[in-house]
Each structure stands twice: as C-alpha cells, then as structure tokens.
Ligand binder design. Structure first.
Ligand SMILES: [Zn+2]
Length: 368
C-alpha cells in the first residue's frame, strides 16, 4: 500500500465509522458524545477493526457535531476527510513533516512548504485531512501564543451590511456588488438545476455549491486581509446577535444566512492578532440610529442608505455613520478592558467580547 493509499483508506474507514454514529444519532435522536461513545464504540471497533481507537473517537465527535448543525436530519458523510486531535497527529513545519495515525499505523508524511508556515508558529491543536480531486490537504489549527497588547490604540469601526460587506470608519467601503452578482448567478443556475432534478443535475448542483462556498471563503480572506493591513491597532465590530437581525428585518436575515459574516469576523480576528492587533465586539444597539457627530439617537435619523440627524442636521452615508459609532464604542470598550484604569466614561457602552488567542487554519499540501 502506498503512502497516499494509506491516507485514502484511513479516510474511507473514518467516514464509515462516522456514518455508523450518524445513523445511530438519527435513529435515537441523541448527540451527547458520552452516550454515543457507549452506544457505538463496540460496533465501530467490530465493523472497522483497522481504524485506530483515537480516530474512532474523533469520528464520533465529528458525527455528533454534524448532527448538531443539521438538527437531526438524515445525513450521509460523503466528503473524504479525517479529523485529527493532538493525540493522533504531530506537525513539524520546520522539517516539513507531519506524523499521522492511519489504518496502517502511525506514519510520517512530508508536505510542500509555504512561507506563511513560518509566520504561524504555536501549538498545533487540531488538524483535518481532506482529500479532494485526488489531492491531499491537511488543514492545521494553530493556537498562537498570547501577543503583547499595545496600550494606545487607534480604533477602526467596521459596519457589516448588505450593500457594503464592510463599511469602515476611515471612509472606505467593501462593496458587495460583485459578490451579489456572483451569488445571484449561482442562485439562478442552482434553481435551474433543481428544476431538472436528474442525477447528473444533482451532481452539478453539488459542484456549484462547493464553488460558491470557496468563492465566499476567498472573498472573506481578501477583505479581512485588507482590513487588518490598515494602520489601526484595534478593530471594532458589532456583535452579531438578535438586535441586529430585528433591526434589519427579513431581507437582512435572508442575505445574512447566505453570507458568512461570522466567518469574516473570525478571519479579521486571527489575522489581527497575528499582527499584535486587537478586535473588540460592541453592542449593535442604536449604532445606525445615533448621530456620530452629536450623539442624538432617533429612529428617523436613518432613512434607507442615508443618515440625517434630526438634531444637528449632520448627514452622511448611513453605513459610514454606523461604522463611526462602532469605532467610538470600540474605543471606550478597548480602554475599559485593556488599560489598567477604571473608565468611568464608558457607561454608555455595553459589555463586550474580547477575543483571546487565535486559530489559524493552515493548508498544507501533502501530495497527489
Ligand atoms: Zn447630530
């Protein structure tokens, strides 16, 4: 068995194990990992004796989490992937080696080295082996050591929305025009294919979904990179929660569902931390109703794309106005959390999440 074969066989065995657990979850409507372990471990060991115990356990975790995401739909694991935790893989970027538990035992593989691997050094906590189009990839998660916190921060406020994926308080916009174009095209094609309903149409549909997903992923990478490269130390974003959804109604929810704002946030977070910069999350309440000049809050301040203050007459692009408010909130939160002085002035700001430590997905190309 060749090296690549051993990984392929491992992925096939892993998927099989995953499927046994998935079926059990579906039948018994449970996803608790302890319950699943007791219920399925013996069966998996019996039916797939060559799958190492550590991978049986990660297969169970994967199945449990897949089910959680889909609310107990009947799902079939098709994608060839294997989840590794710190017990079953060791990553050595300096020597371009990774050792992985496989159905053939523990094996060491070499991979192609990329420069970014030298930048992301820390504790390698998890990895996912993915086999796609006859190529083998390893996505490695890195827990970076805590970075030194800068004491004075220039804060950039970022507002996320439909027309602008991101509007920044330094008067820059990341428009969603192209994104909506492309997504619209995919939607049109998908609807057509769904209508056809044949098997080959279904296959094409899956290919399209994957392509669309990678397009969004790439867009998020580009935007987050451009944002953290700006000369600011702190990036303030709105906590995406209930109030934001309420404010923007149905239309926003639909778009939000298909566009991964949380992913964009995650990308900004880890890219920022790698540069010793910070991300603070602020409460979105009133950020689009408040005048960024005089602080007057009123529903009617905002109408559509524009903002006009009913108190001082200040007018501005609505997203830009919101981003400036987010910037101000972010600054007071940042001071409250990171500077060792109680900050009395931040009474108006709401509790904030601070993101510590960061995870960076790393794609290591193993072989073909
Ligand atoms: Zn005003």
């Amino acid at each position: 068995m060749s090296f690549e074969q051993s990984l392929l066989q491992t992925a096939i065995a892993f998927n099989k194990a995953c499927q046994i657990v998935l079926n059990y979850c579906f039948e018994h409507k449970v996803y608790n990992k302890n319950v699943l372990n007791k219920a399925t471990y013996p069966q998996v060991r019996r039916e797939i004796p060559n799958l190492p115990s550590a991978l049986v356990q990660t297969a169970r975790d994967e199945a449990s989490e897949m089910l959680l995401r889909t609310d107990f739909a009947k799902i079939i694991k098709k994608r060839l992937s294997v989840r590794y935790d710190n017990r079953c893989f060791k990553f050595y970027p300096d020597s371009n080696n990774v050792s992985l538990t496989t159905v053939m035992g523990r094996l060491t593989f070499s991979f192609k080295h990329y420069n970014y691997m030298d930048t992301w050094k820390g504790e390698y906590t998890n990895a996912q082996l993915v086999i796609r189009r006859n190529k083998i990839f390893l996505n490695v998660q890195v827990k970076l050591p805590d970075v030194a916190i800068k004491t004075v921060g220039e804060v950039l406020g970022i507002d996320r929305g439909i027309l602008n994926i991101a509007a920044c308080s330094d008067n820059t916009f990341f428009s969603s025009n192209r994104l909506r174009d492309v997504k619209g095209r995919y939607q049109f094609l998908k609807r057509k294919l769904q209508h056809v309903g044949t098997r080959s149409a279904h296959r094409k549909l899956q290919v399209l979904s994957g392509r669309e997903r990678r397009f969004v992923l790439n867009t998020n990478h580009c935007i987050s990179k451009a944002i953290v490269n700006k000369p600011f130390d702190v990036f303030a974003l709105e906590k995406l929660g209930i109030s934001k959804k309420k404010k923007n109604g149905k239309q926003f929810n639909g778009k939000l569902g298909s566009w991964s704002y949380t992913e964009l946030q995650r990308f900004i977070q880890y890219k920022a931390e790698a540069k010793s910069k910070r991300v603070v999350l602020v409460n979105p309440k009133y950020t689009s109703q408040r005048c960024s000049k005089c602080g007057f809050v009123h529903k009617q301040n905002r109408s559509g794309l524009g903002f006009r203050c009913g108190n001082c007459g200040f007018s501005l692009n609505a997203d830009l106005n919101a981003s400036r408010n987010i910037g101000v909130l972010g600054k007071s939160e940042y001071l409250r959390l990171f500077v060792n002085e109680p900050n009395v002035a931040s009474g108006e700001a709401s509790p904030t999440d601070v993101v510590d430590g960061s995870y960076k997905p790393m794609n290591s190309f193993i072989g073909s």
